[in-house]
Structures are given as structure tokens and as C-alpha cells.
Design a protein around this ligand. Structure first.
Ligand code: NIG
Ligand code: FE
Length: 409
């Protein structure tokens, strides 16, 4: 056992409900607090002085200066395994070019597919790890990563193997998702329905065989896969034993309903979700994930996070870090900006990037600082936890702990 502290404040996020709105007076804040760690887990969070008196001979890891402590963050939606970049898409989009014009000029998802197909496993591993390390430096210790820029057996498996390999080089927890149903690749001869069948017949059995992912995602949208074919695909993937998550309602509404109907763990995006569907989603077990980084990258409206919370939904916030729609990768900046535009309390934002986003990944062992939880936490050099969101990501994490161990920065 060891005692870490004293922290000016520990915000435990303990005893908060999984769903619905939160006010900041629900936050448990321990002033001059200490964390007792046992076998990589939180034993207790309490006053540092009390803990010291209670355990006079305990090993102490002393915290210098004024620091606050939060549970480490979970980014439950990223596409950080990719080749190339799409800076030109970004510039063209900002200069007023349409989706079609950008695609015709060699941009769009298909351009990332071409670059990712050309990249070697070594190159992809290197850049993916660089991005993981950046996320860890922000205090994110659980990261979901999707395939979806390979779009054939060889390249989807290449991506998934790279993500699996990356786990050997980081202490962060990586959760892999198979997004072979991102788009029908241009070189696939046949309908989008036939492509989904190809994913079911040729890709998913191999994903299972090599234990590369336990989750399946799909992009339901006019430019990708249509609702009915998507629903049939998801039901088959589920039957096959995969957990489901959906890129839903990004530009047009309707697909969050499908996510709920198939029992998806999460429906992500939701920028275009209509009020009736917000109610439907908010009453379900499916987590609603806002991706403010995509709104900022595309200049689209934000996910109606306020309405989702008021309707009692489980709201997570994730970065969607990808080379096209969300190139920033800074979840703290994005979550803070979402709060400003959607009028979210600090408690709602912190819950959305900790235990609620972990729940979206099926992880209920982390995201709060209470007995038995994984001892992943992050410190910031400040005397007030509100400064983390107030400074919109420019206050960088001081130290990141995984399983109670300090990570070198
Ligand atoms: O989540 N919406 C679909 N997929 C990604 C974008 C991927 C890309 O543009 O490369 C997203 O925003
Ligand atoms: Fe995405």
C-alpha cells in the first residue's frame, strides 16, 4: 500500500448517477486529500492527514506544490491509426469547397484509405503510438481506436493488428473497434449491401479468430450505409458475438434509433438527432456520445448534449480524433468548448470524459476515485479543479498515473 498526496483538491466523481443531468454541488471534493493505493487500485480517498495518522508507517509518495487530482479520462471514440493527413481537405472546406469537390480533388475518407493501405505496419505503429502518447499526456489513460481506413481484408486486419501490437508499448488501455463498415471502398465491385456481406463473411470471422476486436462499428449515413442494410448488418454482427457501436445522425437523423433498436453500447455523433429521437435514446441503455471535435473540424452544429442530459440520457464526450473531420485530438479543449455552447456543468463534462465514456466501452472499473476502482488519475498544477476546463485545454496535465504508477512525461 502507498499514500499519494497531499492534493489541494481531489475530485472523486464518486456516487454520481450514470445517467442524466448533474450539478456541481453533487461533486465530492476532498480538500488537502490523499489517495491510498493498493495493488493498482484505489483503496480510499480521504484527508491526507487522516490517512497519515491512520497508517503511520505507510510509504508516502509526496506531491510537491499545489496540485489537484481527477480520475484519468477515457476517450471512447478515435480513429488514430491512419496514414497521411488531410490538411488540404481542411483548407478547402474552410475556403468553401463542397464535400464533392473535396472528394474529386483526391480528399475525403477514400484518400485516408489510400494512404493507410500504402503505409507499412511499422509506420502505422509508430504514428499511432505517437498519438496515444499525446492522449496520455492530456490525462487520457483509456483509448478506443477504430479500424476503417483499410476497407479490405488485408488492410483492415493490418490496422487491427497494429492497434493490438500498440498495446505492448503503452500502459494505457486500448480498446479496438472494427469499423470495416466505414464506407464502401471505391475498388469494391458490387453494392453497399454486398460489401457489408463481405465484411461479415471475410473480415469479421478473421477478427474473431485472431481476437483483434470485440466491437463492431458502422457509419450510417446517405454517403455511407443506409439504415435498413445497416440494421441487418449490425444484428448479424451482434449474433456473431460483437458489441455494437454506431456513427449515428451525423448529418441526417434516424440512425440513432437503429443503434437503440439493436442494443448498441453507444450511438456517436448525433449532431442531427431530432427531439423525438433524443427522447428515445435518452430512455435507453445506449450511451449518447458527443464528438465536439468533429463539429469544430467541419463547422457543424454541436451534439444536443443539454437536451440529452435533461431527457435522462447517458452522455459521453469523445474526441473522434481522425485525419478528416476531427484533426485536433485534444479532448479537454473540445469538451470545454462543448460545455460553453451546450451549457453543461463541470460535473457533466467530467462525468462525460470519465466514468460515462468508460461505460460506453463496457468498462465499469474506472473513471471515479473510490474503493476498488483502477488507480488511473491525473494531476494538474493549480489550486482549483475548475481551472482545467476554464483554461480550455491550455492547462496541461502535470502527472498521469496508471494503476497507481507515475507515467514519465
Ligand atoms: O467520425 N463520420 C465518419 N467517420 C469519421 C470521419 C472519418 C474521416 O473523415 O476520415 C467521423 O467523423
Ligand atoms: Fe468517428
Amino acid at each position: 500500500m502507498k499514500l499519494i498526496g497531499p492534493f489541494k483538491q481531489i475530485v472523486t466523481l464518486a456516487k454520481l448517477p450514470l445517467r442524466g443531468k448533474l450539478s456541481d454541488d453533487q461533486l465530492e471534493i476532498i480538500n488537502d486529500g490523499g489517495l491510498l493505493i493498493k495493488d493498482g487500485k484505489i483503496e480510499t480517498a480521504d484527508s491526507f492527514q487522516n490517512l497519515k495518522e491512520q497508517f503511520p508507517n505507510i510509504e508516502i509518495e509526496n506531491i510537491e506544490g499545489e496540485q489537484i487530482c481527477l480520475p484519468a479520462f477515457t476517450d471512447s471514440h478515435t480513429h488514430i491509426c491512419f496514414g497521411g493527413n488531410r490538411a488540404n481537405d481542411f483548407a478547402m472546406r474552410n475556403a468553401g469547397k463542397t464535400y464533392l469537390e473535396i472528394a474529386e480533388n483526391g480528399g475525403g475518407i477514400w484518400s485516408s484509405v489510400q494512404h493507410t493501405r500504402l503505409a507499412s505496419e511499422e509506420e502505422l505503429l509508430k504514428t499511432t503510438l505517437e498519438r496515444i502518447n499525446f492522449l496520455v499526456s492530456l490525462g487520457i489513460t483509456t483509448v478506443e481506436i477504430k479500424s476503417g481506413y483499410g476497407l479490405d481484408v488485408e488492410n483492415e486486419l493490418k490496422m487491427l493488428r497494429v492497434i493490438k501490437k500498440a498495446q505492448a508499448f503503452t500502459k494505457a488501455t486500448l480498446i479496438t473497434t472494427c469499423l470495416s463498415a466505414h464506407l464502401k471502398p471505391r475498388d469494391f465491385e458490387g453494392s453497399s449491401e454486398a460489401y457489408l456481406q463481405y465484411v461479415l463473411d471475410e473480415i469479421l470471422p478473421k477478427v474473431k479468430e485472431e481476437n483483434l476486436a470485440k466491437r463492431v462499428d458502422i457509419f450510417i449515413e446517405k454517403s455511407a450505409f443506409l439504415p435498413e442494410e445497416s440494421k441487418a448488418f449490425l444484428l448479424k454482427a451482434k449474433e456473431f458475438g460483437f458489441e455494437i457501436t454506431v456513427h449515428a445522425d451525423q448529418f441526417t437523423s434516424g440512425s440513432s434509433r437503429i443503434a437503440v433498436e439493436v442494443g448498441a453500447k453507444s450511438a456517436d455523433h448525433l449532431e442531427a438527432t431530432i427531439d423525438e429521437d433524443i427522447e428515445f435514446l435518452a430512455k435507453s441503455e445506449t450511451v449518447a456520445t458527443a464528438l465536439p471535435g468533429a463539429s469544430l473540424g467541419l463547422g457543424e452544429k454541436f451534439t444536443p448534449a443539454r437536451k440529452i442530459l435533461d431527457a435522462g440520457g447517458i452522455l459521453a464526450i469523445a474526441s473522434d480524433w481522425n485525419p478528416g473531420s476531427a484533426p485536433m485530438g485534444n479532448l479537454i479543449t473540445q469538451a470545454s468548448i462543448l460545455a460553453t455552447f451546450e451549457k453543461l456543468s463541470t460535473a457533466e463534462v467530467l462525468a462525460g470524459i470519465t466514468f460515462r465514456s468508460a461505460f460506453a466501452l463496457g468498462l465499469e472499473d474506472r473513471g471515479t476515485l473510490e474503493k476498488g476502482k483502477k488507480a488511473d488519475f491525473v494531476t494538474f498544477e493549480t489550486d482549483n479543479f475548475q481551472n482545467v476546463l476554464y483554461q480550455q485545454g491550455s492547462l496541461r496535465a502535470e502527472t498521469v498515473y496508471i494503476d497507481g504508477e507515475k507515467q514519465s512525461s
